[in-house]
Design a protein around this ligand. Structure first.
Ligand code: FAD
Length: 379
């Protein structure tokens, strides 16, 4: 085995979208010697498994701090996509066709009505449609549709191209990457991080970003706060749809379909506590296909081309864990993005880079601080 580089200015644990985007943001701010340590390949886990929806309004029940963070990140996407195109030559296929949310039952209609009410009161862009109007927009949706909401600003991105774009941009910016190397623990002396212990030896560094997705809690050692990140399995199914059968991302309360370019149509997903097991199950595929068929019977004739599963990183309170750790100097968290890590990538990278380079702890980093878990464990 060749020797690995044994020091870095900032070491990032995990090369998913979050680690990759933070590395890029640091390099763009002039930080030299940024190192990503990835146990597998870049983007191999949740980041490539995701559906790529950027849909805070379709998913939220109230305008809380988390919702505001999600909207802030969604609104950063056009500039982020353009910069990535210039830096990498890769188009991340940010769509602007919007998201539809369909109601098929009386209960679904009640849900939609509540969402419409709070969002219009909050001044957000949302349109209420009758079933017929929804079908005019998307003729393939089922005749059973009773009503719909359209969120013109909620959209989607091709997350696998996002990984490639970030990796290419990082290469051009001089970010170093170690793949196939796992981080075992952080080395902490006198309340300060001094480096990371890896499967290929010690790497000295004064700053470490923990971006290990669903595996984050495995590298966290005492006395670091432990957000108790759990893996939450999501299964996905992909169909071949040429010509494409929809333009919008389309949700129902039970599932969603995501039309991609080149005739891919994704359908998801499940929410399962199955440990680190990433296998696809018959029951998972059955429930995804049933929800997709409810949205559009046109699914029935499409060839099913692939299935996969990924592990969403969920913290004990379901919220992201972002920013510096107060007790241990040099340790930064960027994890717990759960169902919204693709959406939250640009804002996470910005906030973390500002905290690492300028020592700025902005309001979102106070709200989503890792220290909230320190307090829980002390009590
Ligand atoms: C089925 C599914 C659908 C989803 N759909 C959406 C969606 O539509 N929109 C959205 O915004 N989000 C979605 N998500 C959530 C999103 O995928 C995640 O929140 C996001 O990818 C998390 O990114 P990450 O970089 O933190 O984690 P990951 O992509 O999992 O990356 C973490 C990386 O860290 C590495 N690692 C872990 N431990 C170590 C270690 N000790 N040493 C070295 N490397 C280590 C892992 O190998 C991995 O590559 C979905 C997720 C799933 C599973």
């Amino acid at each position: 085995m060749p020797e690995i580089k044994n020091s870095a200015a900032v070491a990032i644990i995990g090369g998913g979208v979050i680690g990759l985007a933070i590395a890029r943001a640091l390099a763009l701010r002039g930080v030299r010697d940024v190192l990503i340590v990835e146990r597998s390949n870049l983007g191999a886990e949740a980041s490539s498994a995701a559906a790529g929806m950027l849909a805070p309004q379709a998913e939220a029940d109230s305008a809380d701090d988390f919702f505001r963070l999600c909207c802030q990140s969604r609104d950063l996407y056009p500039g982020f996509a353009q910069s990535l195109l210039e830096e990498s030559g890769i188009d991340i296929e940010l769509e602007t066709s919007g998201t539809l949310y369909l109601a098929f039952t009386e209960e679904d209609e009640g849900e939609l009505e509540k969402r419409y009410e709070w969002q219009t009161k909050a001044g957000l862009e949302v349109e209420k449609l009758s079933g017929d109007m929804a079908k005019l927009l998307e003729p393939s949706i089922s005749n059973g549709v009773r009503a719909a909401l359209r969120f013109p600003l909620d959209t989607q991105v091709e997350n696998r191209r996002l990984i490639s774009a970030l990796a290419t941009a990082n290469e051009a910016l001089g970010v170093k990457v170690l793949t196939g190397v796992s981080v075992d623990s952080l080395s902490i002396k006198r309340n300060r991080v001094t480096g990371i212990e890896t499967s290929r030896g010690f790497v000295a560094c004064e700053k470490v970003v923990i971006a290990g997705g669903a595996w984050t809690s495995q590298v966290i050692n005492e006395p670091l706060p432990n957000p108790r990140i759990e893996p939450v399995r999501g299964q996905m199914v992909s169909f071949e749809a040429t010509p494409q059968i929809a333009r919008h991302v389309i949700y129902s309360p039970r599932g969603y379909i995501v039309p991609r370019r080149q005739g891919r149509l994704l359908a998801g997903s499940t929410t399962e506590y199955a440990g680190f097991d990433k296998r696809v199950t018959a029951a998972g595929v059955q429930s995804i296909v049933a929800s997709a068929l409810e949205i559009t019977p046109a699914i029935a004739a499409l060839p099913l081309t692939s299935t996969w599963a990924g592990l969403r990183p969920r913290a004990a309170d379901g919220l992201p864990v972002l920013g510096p750790c107060a007790e241990i100097a040099g340790v930064f968290y960027a994890t717990g993005h759960y169902r919204n890590g693709i959406l939250l990538t640009p804002v996470t990278a910005e906030l973390l880079a500002r905290a690492i380079v300028d020592e700025e702890v902005s309001p979102p980093l106070q709200i989503f601080s890792p220290d909230r878990f320190q307090l829980v464990s002390v009590r």
